[in-house]
Design a protein around this ligand. Structure first.
Ligand code: ACO
Length: 428
């Protein structure tokens, strides 16, 4: 018999269904709660609320497990192909050779930006934050590709997804070139996804940037590890905007804005700034830990802690190993990696972090790896966004295909003044 939860409020007793996910997660279904009792639930920041059913990504924060469509994240680390993972997330299965080839062609065919959009880069201040540019330009795609304002079938969704996943890379590279005062370099249709981004960022009109296989693989891996993470802040934003039937471009642009925040994707920038401060002698590792524990300081140990993971984030584990491997293969040493390791060691021995079960998250090591590839700090969160885009698209698609999906519109508990009268200005 299906499990039920019983709720007793005053002299009213109601039964609520308990739904069970495919990995055994249980949730009390309160869909009829307000209708039956007049009550709402109070769950600030939605720490205890499942807002949807989803088949895309499974996270078990207690055991440190992350799977895309059932496949453990660790299985993508050997010969990474981000485009394959993007397809898996969006369409629910690994692509056949033909599907992958066709989708890759669609990405190549759509890598250029409309000249009208390209000209807009000239009017952006050179010191503009790349995440602001990315969000604005993704939104702007809606002006140049109005045929995708309504996406009615899988073909048009695939075409819109291909445009976004392809053009985000060009936009990212152009925003970097703009910040450097360098001429914009067009994409090279002969290069694969990651190599093409690096080419557009680093080639010069008179000198082609040669991408090393280690760097290309590492960037692929970074994108894969960021590709989806169920109902995180930016994905919830994409779903909230999408629930109003806003178009895919507008929804993903909103996701970029949420991701920018230092408590979310922007943490990868904050981590490296923190490590640099320690390296330059402005702060010691011990002082950093002390400040993080002091609530008055307003300081957080960036790259540590997670709403869901109460164990080591599996992405951080993979990234730590990859940092060592890539730096080794490039014959480089980065003192920031030693500092990060020391901070981790100090934190994991400290009762404050142990009791709160705060471990390194995805952002703790990703910046060090991106630095090793020559990616500048203010492009770290942009790289996160490029990686996360397939996840946002997959979640937007799932929501649009869900017949039960309604506009997201939470309730509140009003704590303001009771009814009051308007007082004319000369009587105040
Ligand atoms: N440094 C110091 N204290 C922390 C940290 C941290 N990084 N993270 C959590 N805590 C403390 C909280 O203050 C809280 O203390 P309290 O119980 O004494 O009040 C306790 O640990 C529990 O915090 P949570 O409820 O688990 O944190 P929450 O879910 O609200 O926030 C978040 C999660 C935003 C990630 C938080 O851990 C944080 O600010 N981390 C640093 C920023 C960061 O790395 N963000 C990236 C996250 S991954 C991603 O978004 C891609």
């Amino acid at each position: 018999m299906a499990e039920k939860a019983t709720l007793i409020v005053g002299d009213q007793r109601i039964e609520l269904p308990v739904i069970v996910g495919s990995e055994g997660e249980r949730a009390v279904d309160i869909t009829t709660l307000r209708q039956q009792t007049g009550l709402v639930t109070f769950d600030p920041s939605l720490g205890n609320t499942a807002v949807c059913k989803s088949e895309i990504t499974f996270v078990d924060g207690e055991r440190g497990i992350l799977r895309y469509r059932g496949i453990p994240i660790e299985q993508f680390t050997n010969k990474p192909n981000f485009v394959e993972v993007a397809w898996l997330l969006i369409f629910g299965h690994l692509p056949s050779r033909d599907e992958l080839t066709e989708f890759s062609h669609q990405l190549t065919d759509n890598e250029l930006l409309h000249e009208g959009l390209k000209h807009q880069f000239q009017h952006i201040p050179v010191d503009a934050p790349p995440m602001a540019i990315l969000s604005a330009m993704l939104n702007n795609l809606a002006c140049f590709h109005q045929e995708f304002l309504a996406v009615e079938d899988v073909e048009s969704l695939t075409a819109a997804a291909a445009r976004l996943i392809s053009k985000v890379r060009t936009i990212a590279a152009f925003s970097y070139r703009r910040s450097q005062g360098l001429p914009l370099i067009y994409p090279d249709p002969n290069l694969r996804y990651c190599a093409n981004l690096l080419h557009m960022m680093f080639s010069l009109p008179y000198r082609q940037y040669i991408v090393s296989p280690e760097v290309e693989d590492a960037l692929n891996l970074v994108f894969i590890l960021h590709a989806d993470h169920e109902q995180n802040c930016s994905t919830s934003t994409v779903r909230t905007v999408g629930s109003a039937r806003a178009n895919l471009f507008a929804s993903c642009a909103a996701g970029v804005s949420a991701l920018w925040g230092p408590l979310h994707g922007g943490a990868n920038v904050e981590v490296v700034r923190m490590l640099e401060r320690i390296h330059e002698g402005g702060l010691s590792a011990e002082e950093c830990i002390r400040l993080a524990k002091d609530k008055e300081s307003g300081f957080r140990l960036f790259g540590f802690g997670h709403r869901v993971y109460k164990n080591y984030d599996p992405r951080a584990k993979i990234l730590q190993g990859t940092c060592e491997r890539v730096l080794g293969s490039l014959n480089r040493r980065d003192p920031l990696l030693d500092i990060a390791r020391k901070l981790e060691e100090l934190a994991l021995q400290d009762p404050y972090f142990v009791e709160r079960r705060l471990y390194p998250n995805v952002d703790f090591y990703s910046g060090i790896l991106l630095r090793a590839m020559g990616i500048p700090t203010d492009m770290f969160t942009v790289c996160f966004a490029i990686g996360r885009l397939p996840g946002w698209i997959a979640q937007w698609k799932e929501q649009h295909e869900d017949a039960d999906s309604r506009i997201i519109r939470p309730r509140q508990v009003y704590t303001g003044p009771n009814q009051a009268d308007y007082v004319p200005i000369d009587q105040r």
